[in-house]
Design a protein around this ligand. Sequence first.
Ligand code: HEC
Ligand code: HEC
Length: 322
Amino acid sequence: MKTVVFVLAFTLLMVPAFRAQSPDPRWAKGMDLSWAFPDPSPDFPPEDKNAVKHVPGSSKSYTQGQIDDIYNPPDWFPEEHMPYPKVVARGEGTATPGCAACHLASGSGHPESANLTGLTADYLLTQMHDFQQGRRTDPRHRMSEIAKGMTEDESKEASAYFASLKPLHWIRVVETDMVPETYLNEGRRRYIRPGGHMEPIGSRIIEVPEDPARITARDPHIGFVAYVPKGSLARGEELAKTGGAGKTTACVACHGPALMGIGPIPRIAGHSPNYITRQLAGFQVGARNSDMDQLMKGVVANLTQDDIVALAAYVGSVGPEK
Ligand code: HEC
Ligand code: HEC
């Protein structure tokens, strides 16, 4: 009996401790943000890896297999950026995939990764260190693993490269009650399901390519449309500009009037709303826990799922002019 009581007491003690150590931002505070942390759908249609792809304005061609090779991703417009450091193009040997595979050569990224443009080299390097040293985790530890495989010189070169890129207008935000049914491919990218079926949006943000064929080819000249619930833009703007009567702290106070960043505080305007959602949840559960991240803790403490959706919608909708 004593042993049972001991084991029970021990288990009860361990449960909260274990939860604190493995926070899952998908279910932050009982929310369901799983739509922003998507896994491949069980029935995604396979891609023809031998199909030869072109994108408008580039004389290059790649097969879909080459496009999806994360150790040697495509560079459709090499003339549009400074020469690549090796780690951006192909990583080191087979250990590190090239950054351009997920973030694109242009740095604009996809909703399932992150937009690295309009950020300072200092901010980017600090994030690499945070991933390396476990102060920041993404739910699948993808970036953490990649960062841990890099040398300090590679982290510096990659940070300088992405800091040199100009932010583009990359996200078009549309308010709606209903959204097309979607699926996620093997790369966790969301596409509209053929058949024209619609479903209620609920408290979600559904981001799909403006042009599926071009996004599948990783064309850096075309971005995404983000469907958001009706009313989110006005509510998000109120929260971002005023803090919503004490609900949060006005984002503009730290991130700047246009949310384009000031000093060590990063640009958030025009980032993918799915990415913003993941970060706000990440600050809430401690998946981002550096000294600088403590400044975001009070900001997110009282946010509900609808608040996060509204903020992500608004923040994604502002940003670099076309
Ligand atoms: C396999 C895909 C993949 C590759 C390759 C990749 N990343 Fe990432 N990266 C991600 C994902 C996913 C995130 C977003 C994590 C999250 O949502 O918190 C991310 C986020 C980041 C961030 C944080 C951005 C911010 O605004 O805070 C930085 C910095 C970054 N990556 C740098 C790099 C560099 C440098 C490389 C090349 C060495 C690289 N990444 C390669 C998937 C990738
Ligand atoms: C007290 C200052 C402060 C306020 C107010 C603030 N932020 Fe932040 N925010 C920061 C700092 C500092 C960072 C960078 C943390 C780091 O370096 O890792 C940050 C980072 C972020 C990031 C991650 C950016 C990226 O590239 O990964 C997001 C998203 C964000 N803030 C959203 C918001 C929103 C939305 C609001 C308003 C509701 C807000 N912030 C208000 C200080 C603030």
